[in-house]
Design a protein around this ligand. Structure first.
Ligand SMILES: [Zn+2]
Length: 196
């Protein structure tokens, strides 16, 4: 019984390990495919630039600078994307690149084992952004609550004022000798009082 349990335990551990490894491998493969796609797009942009330059040369016209700028900008963006993808792969493997010699080093290494360069502290930008957003939202909420409080205070003041008026009216009514049962007359009275 005990042996069987142990076997089961070992098997599930192995399964977990394999599953983690597979998902990591799948992720890395996906990122590598993205890199290849970006590289292909960059090659195509180079080709378009070359073609445009040659076509202008043949007809003896000036090169369209705006067109070239646009294409260069696209290449730049794709190159940045490739750098990001490579960073992601390094992170998946718990590694990073030394800022000085570009050697792959452990993600938690403070100094590069290859060149001794001190590494920057890793800040999880995503987490930071989320934290900032929460703080911002809370601030907004506090402001809103303040506004609501002020509004409620105003309402309370108004109803206090109204109560005072109503009480005064009641006093006046009870003081008067004539009993006013006519609703129209009552309303008229109220209108007059409100004008006061
Ligand atoms: Zn280094």
């Amino acid at each position: 019984m005990e042996i069987l349990e142990k076997i089961g335990d070992a098997a599930s551990k192995t399964y977990k390990y394999t599953a983690e490894k597979t998902s990591k491998f799948a992720k890395e493969t996906k990122i590598k495919m993205q890199i290849n796609e970006h590289k292909g797009d960059i090659k195509e942009l180079y080709r378009e630039i070359g073609e445009a330059v040659y076509e202008k040369y043949v007809v003896d016209e000036n090169i369209d600078i705006e067109f070239l700028k646009e294409k260069c900008e696209e290449i730049k963006n794709l190159s940045d994307e490739i750098v990001k993808c490579k960073d992601e792969i390094l992170k998946l493997n718990e590694k990073r690149q030394c800022k000085n010699c570009y050697e792959e080093i452990g993600i938690n290494a403070n100094y590069c084992p290859n060149c001794g360069f001190q590494q920057e502290e890793i800040v999880d930008t995503k987490e930071e952004a989320v934290k900032e957003k929460i703080v911002e939202e809370n601030n907004d909420e506090v402001e809103e609550n303040k506004e609501e409080l002020a509004e409620n205070q105003e309402k309370t003041d108004i109803s206090k004022e109204k109560n005072k008026k109503t009480r005064n009216n009641a006093n006046q009514d009870s003081n008067s000798n004539e009993e006013q049962t006519d609703i129209d007359e009552l309303n008229e009275d109220e209108d007059n009082n409100e004008e006061d």
